[in-house]
Design a protein around this ligand. Structure first.
Ligand code: SF4
Length: 315
């Protein structure tokens, strides 16, 4: 077993173990829909959104409830289902810093006022974090756990353009550097299997992530949903999703290139069954996670095996 801690049972630094160590109990995230939108959907940066986006990551039926009501509902479910003891308010849907600072303060205060909520997790785009927003998050981080999750997806501008992200890699790098040193846990989202990307492209993204002052990474499978541009490309034979073996091998290659202590928030996608076009294996999350564990064991490998500080400095 490759384990830096008695609470860690994986060959990588998994989020569950990290939160257990950080809080000393079972902590789960509660996904929230706080009625944000996205500058890539409302026309301020672009229209149409990312080609894989089904109008915001996550598929919500929560929108009618207040933030506090959503948290209470999530607490009840997670206590019963997972014996969760404490909770993180996860502002996930759309772009959760895309509002005036006072609006954000009001929403985040409401979340933190709920009993047993011990922190904030804020998903956003790297072009939506002006310094006053980071100052606000830093203020919370002085007294509680705060994580910000930046959607990057790929370090290659040609890919970002192809998928209509409406921001470049430079904006991501700038946001990460402006967030560093503020006491905020900073996490990057990347996607494997984006259109036109080779395995070498994906590993270059991993190496770029490894070289930045980031605390965590979320690795997503690119899956194809109905009613998206990527869905149309798939139906017209212009896009082929990754095979499970290809995905598992690439995830392991990525893990080997990341710093050993970087927290792995996610290793695959979790698509909505009713909207999924392909690949169907994406529905079997535990099969994918088990295959990743098995591949790391087969390789006698682990997170950080191919990472060195020297390599990082040379990038
Ligand atoms: S940035 Fe997020 S919410 Fe906005 S279009 Fe892209 S995937 Fe959708």
């Amino acid at each position: 077993m490759i384990s830096a801690s008695p609470t860690q049972t994986k060959r990588y630094t998994d989020l569950r173990s990290f939160l257990q160590r950080r809080f000393g109990c079972r902590v789960h995230k509660i996904t929230l829909d706080a009625h944000f939108t996205c500058p890539n959907l409302d026309g301020s940066k672009a229209i149409g959104g990312c080609i894989f986006c089904h109008q915001g990551s996550g598929h919500s039926t929560l929108g009618a409830l207040s933030v506090a009501e959503q948290l209470e509902r999530g607490k009840t479910y997670l206590r019963r289902r997972h014996k969760a003891e404490r909770f993180l308010a996860y502002f996930q849907r759309y772009t959760n810093t895309y509002a005036p600072v006072e609006t954000l303060r009001h929403l985040y205060d409401k979340a933190l006022a709920v009993e047993d909520v011990v922190g904030l997790v804020v998903g956003t785009r790297p072009d939506c974090v002006p310094d006053p927003v980071l100052d606000l998050l830093q203020g919370y981080a002085r007294r509680t756990y705060v994580a910000v999750e930046y959607g990057l997806q790929s370090i290659h501008d040609r890919t970002l353009e192809r998928v209509n992200r409406a921001h470049g890699a430079a904006e991501f790098v700038d946001a990460v550097h402006r967030t560093a040193g503020r006491g905020i846990h900073t996490c990057a989202h990347v996607m494997l299997g984006l259109p036109g990307e080779t395995r070498a492209d994906m590993l270059a993204t991993a190496q770029a992530i490894a070289a930045l002052p980031l605390d965590g990474i979320k690795i997503h499978l690119t899956y194809v949903l109905k009613h998206t541009v990527l869905g149309d490309m798939y139906l017209q034979g212009q896009y082929r999703p990754m095979e499970i073996t290809e995905y598992v091998e690439t995830v392991c290659d990525v893990l080997e290139r990341l710093p050993p202590g970087m927290v792995i928030h996610r290793l695959t996608g979790d698509p909505p069954r009713d909207l999924l076009l392909a690949p169907q294996w994406a529905l079997h999350k535990w099969q994918v996670l088990n295959a990743i564990d098995a591949e790391l064991i087969r390789r006698e490998s682990f997170q950080g095996r191919q990472w060195t500080r020297e390599q990082t400095r040379n990038l």
